[in-house]
Write a protein that binds this ligand. Structure first.
Ligand code: ADP
Ligand code: MG
Length: 254
């Protein structure tokens, strides 16, 4: 039994086979990469793992418990945190409130109620605030705590999304193209941060990324998805030299 197991998972949207018989086994404390051309089905795997779509066939298990049919918030509570390819922040809330919102996701009250309510939640709120500030510090954006999230430059919004994902103390962190839109300096900085977070917290990370330099540098094992199917898995040197991977990326016909 692996920590996270994707077992022969397929997902079809109408006639589109977004994922076909995908099987993956993730072990604890390892940084994995998930690469593949646009439309390969990478984000779809994250959407299945986090309960946004039920798979058409197959199973997904976290510590041997099936996640199929569970709601996104239940899966988040079980320890899977994520960021989105298209940043999803509460733009009008402050940077700090965005991270604090993660701590309240188990509550029945709406996020805005919880964030703005005073008195009733005061003690809990103080503790959440302290923890949230710590996460902002980890990501190097604690000086921006009071700024509305929508006003942050792009690279810092990406960092904020990661801080928020860490709010639920995930055992598995899914990062969907965290370096998209970043310049080379920001990308290098983020690369180091992702590795540091993974090591310090000893969590499992599954990273979707187009920046090959980033993936090859930090991922211990890389999965390659082409047209919904896994075509190769292994460490950077194996993946880089795999014929199917080279063909997929260069568009070479057999
Ligand atoms: P990637 O993240 O690798 O670029 P996606 O997982 O976003 O790829 O998409 C895989 C395929 O599934 C694409 O053909 C895409 O158009 C399709 N797809 C993704 N989400 C949906 C959806 N909600 N409805 C219909 N088709 C979808
Ligand atoms: Mg995607």
């Amino acid at each position: 039994m692996a920590f996270l197991e994707i077992d022969n998972m397929s997902l079809e949207f109408g006639g589109v086979k977004a994922c076909q018989n995908v099987s993956m086994k993730l072990e604890p404390g390892i940084l994995y990469g998930l690469i593949g051309p646009n439309g390969a089905g990478k984000s779809t795997i994250f959407n299945v793992l986090t309960g946004i779509y039920p798979p058409t066939r197959g199973d997904v298990r976290l510590s041997d418990e099936s996640l199929v049919g569970k709601k996104p918030f239940e899966i988040a509570q079980k320890g899977i945190g994520r960021t989105f390819q298209n940043i999803r922040l509460f733009k009008e809330l402050t940077v700090l409130e965005n991270v604090m919102s993660a701590f309240y996701s188990s509550s029945n009250s709406s996020i805005t109620d919880m964030v703005f309510e005073t008195g009733k939640f005061h003690a809990e709120e103080e503790e959440v605030k302290i923890k949230s500030l710590e996460l902002l510090k980890v990501m190097g954006i604690d000086d921006l705590a009071a700024v509305p999230a929508g006003g942050l430059p792009y690279g810092k919004q990406r960092k904020l999304e990661i801080a928020r994902a860490l709010g639920l103390s995930p055992k598995l962190l899914l990062l969907d193209e965290p370096a998209a839109g970043l310049n080379p300096t920001e990308t290098r900085e983020l690369t180091d941060l992702i590795r540091k977070i993974q090591k310090d917290r000893n969590i499992t990370v599954l990273l979707i990324e187009h920046d090959m330099g980033l993936v090859m540098k930090i991922c211990e094992k890389i999965y390659v998805l082409v047209q919904g199917q896994l075509v190769c898995e292994g460490p950077a040197d194996v993946v880089q030299n795999d014929k199917r991977v080279i063909e997929a990326y260069l568009g070479v016909d057999e």
